[in-house]
Design a protein around this ligand. Structure first.
Ligand code: UDP
Length: 683
């Protein structure tokens, strides 16, 4: 249950000098200081975590009465403990903007930093009612770009507003008519095409700094059958072009089969819907691979996979056409998502014999709690545009991910990419998705109102199966009589229907093992919720890059292997004026290993593998394993040596496609002039 008791009293773990520096530079807020009557920066991680957990929990007051104050306090204390002990953290915008504006106002600052034991329901409500427009807590947005001058420039304005409030924003430029197509209105003019309008977005990116703290982050997509697709693929080949964009091609199932079977592939005019041109499927696919090989761009987004795995696919209004900038969150247009990550390092614990092992039960509890926290953020945030707020609340997507996978492996004596590591990843994915599913089902009951409002669409996914088809009563009767065998049979039948999202089916398939001995009652509860569409969140899991938040916790990023043991990094200064170079040392390196590094440049311990020690196949396998369970996307780069060929790239893409990944990024060593992180080869 969510009422997990009170987590132990937090002990603040030691933070590295770099983590402290980053927090002070970017994350600690300016607050009213009662001692001086002026403003000062937050001084400690606890003060920062107090603000964030207080603001997120203001949303709980919407669902509770005055009698529930003990519950709200307890929820907040647990969230605070999870943050302070480094087990879980929200995406950066939530950390930056919780309490924005309010921390400077004396009475409100007093409420934000007060001890939870002195908080009453009215105090939480007061903070909720006073939230400012700047309290924008989400990292991911996707908007629409319609095919008209008005529509295009509205999209630029909307992207600018989202960027201003600190969100990353993506859009599909494929509705725009191709270069050279006629413009209506009798002017005789010709359209300049999607790529030219991406320049307009990019120019916006140059001038808007996200939430005043970081560069704008944009994603531009184009469907593979758009007549300007080749131009799009070349849009970033020149260094410095579209520099605020990540670009990805929406690769359809049709293109992959046309490439494999060396068939022709039709490009369709957006002006009149007719076939504009046909190309050879394999030539188009190879061009994509060639460009990615050369520079890493464009990425691939397997859009049919993303829509096949969309719980809302039958609702009509929530199809997916783009992801956010880093690719981990495919979203319907004009919706948004907030992310958070569990730090796996904290779940490697010594057992009675002193041997370190992974605490899977503790991890599942953390996932369960974290889904609930992220759901609260949907109410606690201010939305940059009303339409996004309205649509997001209808579908309530959240994106829980992981960080510290590589470091957790080192700590438990495993080697990233090895067979035992891969089975660990599979087990993590299974337990994570199981716990997240239970959390989202329980949240409906717990919130007491406002269940996931697109629920009918979820329930419809299960229609057609003969036993359920007879109606609700029949389904209830069936669930009542269900045993493990009939449950498994049901899941297998659903798979043959091809309607139910595949990550959900994969999760249902492993649930009996995940739940262990007394699985049946829990399975019955879950099946009831699914058949009635009683889920709180339309999406639950998403593996973000955790580029900044993993530095706060001194953990390896996302599910990536370590990049190096010693490196330097260019970071934006707090005043936004220029960059500073910081030196880093991996936190798990002992003095002995540091000496080894200084001497030979390598560490003899086999656990210390870096991204380039791991074969492309191993990178792909790890991604594919998590793709079985993660219903949104996964941010993962497959590193290739500089000697890799275009065929190697093609192979990576096709294998990822076959494994059910929704996208993937490759990076060939040395293929860009400006590598963001530089490895230190020698001390
Ligand atoms: N993002 C952004 N600007 C940035 C970095 C990230 O808008 O400078 C958004 C983007 O949508 C990305 C998401 O935040 O996909 C998550 O990125 P990451 O996990 O690296 O963010 P963190 O929470 O660590 O700052």
């Amino acid at each position: 249950s969510l009422d997990m008791g009170l987590l132990e009293n937090p002990l603040v773990p030691r933070q590295s000098e770099n983590a402290r520096w980053l927090l002070e530079q970017r994350y600690y807020a300016d607050r009213y200081d009662p001692e001086t009557g002026g403003l000062r920066k937050e001084r400690s991680f606890e003060e920062f975590a107090r603000r964030v957990s207080r603001i997120v929990c203001t949303a709980e007051s919407l669902y509770r009465g005055a009698d529930d104050i003990e519950w709200i306090r307890r929820l907040e204390k647990n969230l605070f403990a999870d943050l302070v002990e480094g087990r879980f953290i929200f995406n950066s915008p939530c950390l930056f903007a919780s309490g924005a504006g309010m921390t400077r106002v004396p009475e409100l600052a007093e409420l934000i930093y007060r001890s939870p034991d002195e908080m009453e329901l009215a105090d939480y409500r007061r903070l909720y009612d006073n939230k400012t427009d700047n309290q924008q807590l989400f990292a991911c947005f996707v908007i629409d770009i319609p095919d008209s001058i008005e529509g295009i420039f509205e999209s630029v304005r909307d992207a600018a507003v989202i960027s201003k409030y600190g969100g990353g924003v993506g859009g599909n430029f494929g509705h725009l008519r191709e270069r050279g197509a006629d413009i209506k209105g009798g002017t005789g003019g010709k359209a300049s095409g999607p790529v030219s309008f991406m320049e307009t977005w990019n120019t916006m990116g140059c001038v808007v700094v996200q939430g005043g703290r970081r560069r704008a982050a944009l994603m531009g997509m184009l469907p593979d059958d758009h007549p300007d697709i080749e131009q799009f693929m070349d849009a970033k080949t020149e260094e410095g072009k579209l520099s605020y964009f990540n670009i990805s091609v929406c690769v359809s199932d049709e293109l992959v089969s046309a490439a494999r079977e060396k068939r022709s592939f039709a490009l369709r005019s957006r002006a009149n819907g007719k076939v504009a041109r046909t190309v050879q499927g394999d030539e188009l696919w190879n061009k994509l691979c060639q460009n990615a090989w050369r520079r890493g761009d464009p990425g691939v987004f397997f859009i049919d996979r993303a829509n096949a795995d969309n719980l809302l696919k039958l609702s009509g209004d929530f199809d997916i056409e783009s992801t956010n900038p880093c690719g981990e969150q495919p979203l319907p247009t004009y919706t948004s998502c907030n992310l958070g990550s569990v730090n796996l390092v904290k779940f490697v614990r010594p057992d009675e014999t002193g041997r370190r092992s992974f605490d899977m039960e503790g991890f599942m509890d953390q996932v369960y709690r974290s889904i609930y926290y992220l759901d609260l953020v949907i109410d606690a945030t201010s939305y940059p545009l009303p339409r996004i707020g309205e649509r997001t609340k209808r579908i309530r997507p959240v994106g829980l991910g992981l960080m510290g996978l590589a470091d957790a492996a080192i700590l438990s004596g495993d080697v990233y990419g090895s067979d035992s590591f891969k089975s660990f990843c599979d087990s993590l994915g299974a337990h994570m998705s199981g716990a997240a599913l239970m959390a989202t089902v329980d949240a409906v009951a717990h919130m007491g109102k406002d269940p996931f409002s697109e629920s009918f669409a979820v329930a419809k996914l299960f229609e057609g199966e003969h036993r359920v088809h007879g109606g609700e009563l029949f389904a209830r009767q069936w669930i009542k009589e269900m045993d493990l065998n009939s449950y498994r049979e049901f899941v297998a039948q659903m798979r043959s229907h091809g309607q139910v999202p595949y990550t959900l089916l994969n999760t249902l398939e492993v649930l009996p093992e995940v739940l262990g001995a007394d699985a049946l009652p829990e399975l019955k509860r879950l099946m009831t919720a699914l058949l009635e569409g009683q889920l709180r969140n339309s999406r639950r899991l998403s593996i973000a890059p955790t580029g900044s938040i993993s530095m706060i916790f001194d953990s390896s990023a996302g599910i990536e292997p370590n990049f190096a043991w010693r490196w330097s990094r260019k970071v934006m200064k707090s005043d936004g004026d220029g960059w500073e170079v910081r030196e880093y040392f991996h936190p798990l390196i002992t003095q002995k290993e540091a000496d080894e590094l200084r001497g030979s440049g390598v560490i003899s311990d086999p656990r210390y593998v870096t991204a380039y020690d791991i074969s492309p196949e191993q990178h792909v396998d790890v991604t594919g394993i998590f793709a079985r369970y993660v219903d949104s996307g996964i941010s993962k780069t497959v590193n290739l040596p500089s000697s890799a060929t275009v065929d190697d790239v093609r192979n990576v893409y096709e294998t990822c496609y076959d494994m059910g990944c929704k996208g993937i990024t490759i990076y060939r060593d040395g293929s860009r002039d400006n590598q963001p992180i530089e490895t230190k080869k020698e001390g």
